[in-house]
Design a protein around this ligand. Structure first.
Ligand SMILES: Nc1ncnc2c1ncn2[C@@H]1O[C@H](COP(=O)(O)OP(=O)(O)OP(=O)(O)O)[C@@H](O)[C@H]1O
Length: 278
């Protein structure tokens, strides 16, 4: 059934926390085969949007459809098979699960494929092994999650999301706690997943990773979508100043373009560097 699920389409999403709107009328589409970077300042609504698309947070208003079907039509288990979600916080697994071995955490990614109380099949074991290799965390198999470093834990939780082998993967800041090598490995892996037909949505604060690895960027600020398009179009000077209050430096290396924050928009002390980098 998920093979026909070509896109997640959200329209008019609102999410209210009391009087405050975390999302205020957001339309968004994620298609299979693309990697989209969700960017925006702290509190913009990125995690909120991911949670709604993952089906773990119902919107206050608006709809999400999966291949044209509502979450109610699809059902909880099929939705969990179709959309894998990597939460921003390792705390989301709860204190009890923190004592579980890394391999058992990754095995949780196979739950949507299993009948209640059924044991893991050979296919489940193969998917778990593949996911742990892809996230480079097989070496932590027998260690409890709460005995791993922050970055190591993220790799285990990424493996849990990969083990679902879902047609859509939503990853909330998977690179934030990682060292440079693992940042590159994770971004290359996510791009490879997209090239293999997965729809990948990834929130990122690192604009260099976002601009280099994503096909498209969606920029949120104060619960609204300010822009949605190619990295070059979204990371333009006016939008970066409006959303992030920074000026960007744009560069390219070996034919790949990227942008990086350079200075606050009101920082006069670095005025001489403006436009001097490329
Ligand atoms: N449980 C909650 N109760 C009240 N407000 C909340 C709650 N969760 C989130 N918010 C608010 O909703 C807004 C959006 O939060 P969200 O976590 O989606 O932002 P974000 O873009 O992911 O931020 P960051 O980059 O800091 O992770 C913020 O203003 C936040 O303070």
């Amino acid at each position: 059934m998920t093979a026909t699920m070509d896109a997640i389409v959200a329209s008019g999403l609102k999410l209210a926390h009391g009087a405050q709107l975390a999302l205020d009328g957001v339309d968004f589409t994620l298609r299979r085969g693309e990697i989209v970077g969700l960017i925006g300042p702290n509190g913009a609504g990125k995690s909120t949007l991911l949670r709604i698309l993952a089906g773990v947070l119902p919107p206050t208003a608006g709809q999400v459809s999966y291949g044209g079907r509502s979450p109610r039509d699809i059902g909880r288990q099929q939705l969990a098979r179709a959309v894998a979600w990597l939460s921003q916080s390792a705390d989301s697994i709860g204190d009890d699960n923190g004592a579980m071995r890394a391999r058992d955490i990754v095995a949780l990614g196979r739950l949507p494929h299993r009948r209640a109380f059924a044991s893991l099949t050979a296919a489940d074991h193969a998917a778990i092994g593949r996911a742990m290799d892809e996230a480079d965390c097989r070496q932590f198999s027998d260690r409890p999650l709460n005995g791993l470093s922050g970055g190591e834990r993220v790799r285990v939780l990424l493996a849990r999301a990969l083990a679902v082998e879902a047609p859509f993967l939503l990853a909330d800041e998977p690179a934030a706690a990682l060292d440079p090598l693992h940042q590159l490995q994770v971004m290359r892996l996510l791009r490879a997943k997209a090239r293999a037909g997965c729809g990948v949505l990834v929130t990122l604060h690192d604009l260099a990773l976002a601009s280099r690895f994503c096909d498209r960027l969606a920029l949120l600020a104060e619960g609204r979508k300010l822009a949605d398009g190619s990295p070059d179009a979204v990371l333009d000077d006016a939008l970066a100043a409006r959303a992030f209050h920074v000026r960007l430096a744009h560069a390219s290396h070996r034919g790949e373009r990227y942008a990086t924050p350079w200075e606050p928009v009101n920082d006069r002390t670095n005025a001489e560097t403006e436009g001097g980098h490329d």
